[in-house]
Design a protein. Sequence first.
Lengths: 202, 202
Amino acid sequence: MNRGKLYVVSAPSGCGKGTILAEILKNNQNLFYSVSATTRSPREGEIDGVDYYFIAKEEFEREIENSGMLEYAEFCGNFYGTPKKKVIDKLEQGIDVILEIETIGAMKIKKAMNDAILIFILPPSVSELRRRLNKRGTEEHEIIEKRLKEAADEIKRACDYDYIMMNDELGKAIEDFEAILTASKLTNENNKNMIEEVLKNA
Amino acid sequence: MNRGKLYVVSAPSGCGKGTILAEILKNNQNLFYSVSATTRSPREGEIDGVDYYFIAKEEFEREIENSGMLEYAEFCGNFYGTPKKKVIDKLEQGIDVILEIETIGAMKIKKAMNDAILIFILPPSVSELRRRLNKRGTEEHEIIEKRLKEAADEIKRACDYDYIMMNDELGKAIEDFEAILTASKLTNENNKNMIEEVLKNA
């Protein structure tokens, strides 16, 4: 049995990453979505084990000490990280795993697991991203501009990703994502072992 | 405008390569299928410019001399080759090109054009290939065994291809092929230039 593949997805907020991933997970029942852990308090409507694993700071620090996190980072005094055990278990069971994390965490994963496939989802343009964020109407002008600055910083790091796709039209973006999942398993490194299989009893 | 991508497809006879390619070309009207040239005589039903460009030996030799062939080989006293000009013209027009050639020619192409994408289509097994060839009922036992020997030799060279896929179930094989076409255009090397585009007027 082949080991599962680890996919790491990053995109600035407003790129439609959530919508794309929801569709992909619906169509690929065998893809395991890894939920991150955090020490911040749940916001209204957030569910433990779905949006995040909400854990205490002491527990998070113990996990770090025991190398229990694949990657982690601290933002505004809160920890965010990827619990290692579940990811490794699934991969060893031959199940593909998908992580949704920001670019610095993604780079840490790639360093730790070289065969991870990094996928970056671009917005059509930063000005389009501004339009989308303004349209939501939920945030102040300054906060939107701060997010756009962060988005631009993230986008600059896309150059280190294996695949760079754009969410210009949702249907096309979902197709592109599916194609990456399929084709990344047909590469030479993954399928070289099939050659001997096919030649058996030739 | 991005330069077109060059796809090189190889598969032993009996792998369903023709059926897969026919479907792929039907679904991708912008994919240009490069017809090979040969000095052998047309067989019954073969059409000049469709199955091959049937040209005289002197013309072929002149093309070789003028570096007019991307790759060529001689089998049983006949030349077979890939006319260069049409392929290069299409690529420069941003049109993707697909070549269907044997493994030695494919390696020559990869050497000459490093960004060519090589795709190998495997049969489920050599014994299944034997079954398929026997089922056709058009060839003698010795000829089938000779073909199987050649197939095994070709399959061994699959390890040098970028993508290795299997035609076990036709529908799945067509999907896999489509995914390779799509995903191979979303790789870092192809889309890095999009990053600056997106950041424009940020």
